[in-house]
Design a protein around this ligand. Sequence first.
Ligand code: ZN
Length: 193
Amino acid sequence: MRKRFHRLAVVESARVGEGTRVWAFAHVMKGARVGARCNLGEGVFVESGVVIGDDVTVKNGVALYDGVTVEDEAFLGPHAVFTNDLRPRSGRFKRPPAKLAPTRIGRGATIGANATVLCGHTIGPYALIAAGAVVTADVAPHALVAGVPARRIGFVCACGETLPRSLACGCGRRYRRAGAGVAPVPRRGARAE
Ligand SMILES: [Zn+2]
């Protein structure tokens, strides 16, 4: 596999993995780390301190600023918004980079279209943020959250389906409650995820 960058993309980082596609008008700054087989849509911006894992999809118009980390197989929907400063000021009261609040998007998590994730929070693995939600707190693994501010309205399977009360998905995966979220019950002979 090779990297496929549109001729109108600006990719200044040498740390972009094999098979990753970068569409037109996207900008990946020097120093940013992007894994293998990712898809960065049109107009995506990746600042120099951002780390993106493998097999990540970033749809059109998403900007990722320093402090944001995206784990493998996460999906960032079109025009989802991420911030990195809870008290942004300009001029005399502008904050130094050390004060930036980090945000982590867990493995396999989905951020819906036009959702906003305020900084300083962790989105658990395989969580699903509904379109237009505003996340103002940590989101538990496999949680389904919606609204402004985002509230948990259920749990989702790794496959994306909403889990019934039994926490057994039609795809065969089963879960148990674990802390604020759910955790997979390993299947015999299957890889945990
Ligand atoms: Zn499932």
